[in-house]
Design a protein around this ligand. Structure first.
Ligand SMILES: Nc1nc2c(ncn2[C@@H]2O[C@H](COP(=O)(O)OP(=O)(O)OP(=O)(O)O)[C@@H](O)[C@H]2O)c(=O)[nH]1
Ligand SMILES: [Mg+2]
Ligand SMILES: [Zn+2]
Length: 329
């Protein structure tokens, strides 16, 4: 589904010097850049300055590793646009990529989005909220070099808002700088305005989180039109029904692009390992001063982390979170 079939400039679609610098002069003359704005099993929707069209990918792309195939948010260089299936000559190198190991037995790579600048980690102020999971998402964003923003929805249905906000804010006590925490009623257009500081021309924001937290609802509010279908959550356990099934990238009328995705059931810890290092860089830094390189910071002698705990320089709760994340539970 596409919100706006009209024209847009390359800059509005997220084009950067970073992409044009990958092209030879000849390529700049002969090829046309288009961005992947929809990914379905049968093909891709791509958008360029003249609008959006669907293409199916030539077989050769399927010989490539999954992570090298075009995914939502990618920039492609095409020729023969007059043909029903124009040729995708190149996929440009990505500025960032969100990917994970799929939770199934195969554990194959799954791409969640390319060239994303900001990750809206969406969670609801109800039984869905889970601070450990949010921590993992924050680490995941840092690992991908994407700026995380915590978006707490359903504030209109919640009467202990401060509990949730405090827990979300506690995640940002690391030395990595602040992770903004925004509270919204996603169904309310003026409330969704709180997200506008991140929705600037050419900036790509991805919405991620469990099913039913209001990702598509937020997108609709930002667009000002009901483009994406949304679905009520189940009465019994508050879980969503996986209403959104495809990834889609939408250009906002005010500028900025938003990527809506199906709800994520679980995020594997391996996706977030480097991010954990960033999120807990105070602990990582301390551990450089442990006597043993592989110190687990439990009972080893000359452990700088244990010493910091004893001297009150490190919050025990923070250390407990770190241990939990390391253990991957
Ligand atoms: N009252 C209220 N309802 C909300 C809010 N956000 C979402 N909802 C409702 O929650 C339900 C689920 O919203 P969706 O936008 O479909 O959730 P989603 O995250 O896109 O879910 P999936 O597509 O399944 O991943 C819908 O009935 C929304 O109307 C909110 O802030 N306040
Ligand atoms: Mg949805
Ligand atoms: Zn140690």
């Amino acid at each position: 589904m596409q919100t706006n079939l009209g024209k847009a400039t390359l800059l509005e679609l997220g084009w950067l010097e970073y992409f044009s610098s990958q092209l030879s002069e000849e390529e700049q003359q002969s090829l046309v850049p288009m961005r992947v704005v929809g990914a379905q099993r049968t093909g891709l929707s791509i958008r360029g300055v003249d609008g959006t069209r669907k293409i199916s990918l030539a077989g050769r792309w399927f010989q490539e590793a999954i992570e090298d195939r075009p995914t939502i948010g990618d920039w492609l260089m095409l020729r023969d646009l007059e043909l029903p299936d124009p040729v995708v000559v190149r996929r440009l190198q990505r500025k960032s990529v969100l990917s994970r190991r799929s939770p199934g037995a195969a554990h194959e790579m799954q791409l969640l989005g390319a060239n994303v600048d900001v990750l809206f980690i969406v969670t609801s102020c109800n039984q869905e909220f889970n601070a450990r999971r949010l921590e993992r998402y924050v680490a995941f964003a840092f690992a991908a070099g994407v700026q995380p923003v915590l978006v707490l929805t359903k504030v209109d249905l919640c009467n202990q808002l401060s509990d949730y906000v405090e827990q979300a804010q506690a995640l940002q006590d690391g030395a990595v700088g602040k992770v903004p925490v925004i509270t919204v009623n996603a169904t309310d257009l003026s409330s969704a305005e709180a997200l506008s500081p991140w929705c600037n021309e050419g900036v790509t924001v991805a919405l991620m989180g469990s099913s039913g937290v209001g990702k598509s609802t937020l997108l609709n509010s930002l667009l000002g039109t009901l483009v994406q279908a949304t679905g009520a959550i189940r009465e019994e356990d508050g879980k969503g029904r996986h209403t959104t099934t495809d990834r889609s990238l939408h250009l906002l009328p005010r500028g900025g692009l938003v990527l809506d995705s199906p709800g994520i059931r679980e995020l594997q810890i391996s996706d977030a390992e480097q991010g954990v290092q960033d999120l807990f860089d105070d602990i990582t830094e301390l551990s450089l001063r442990c006597r043993f390189n592989d110190c687990q910071h439990r009972q080893e002698p000359k452990c700088a982390v244990q010493q910091a705990l004893q001297e009150g320089r490190l919050d025990p709760l923070r250390f407990a979170s770190y241990c939990k994340l390391q253990a991957g539970d």
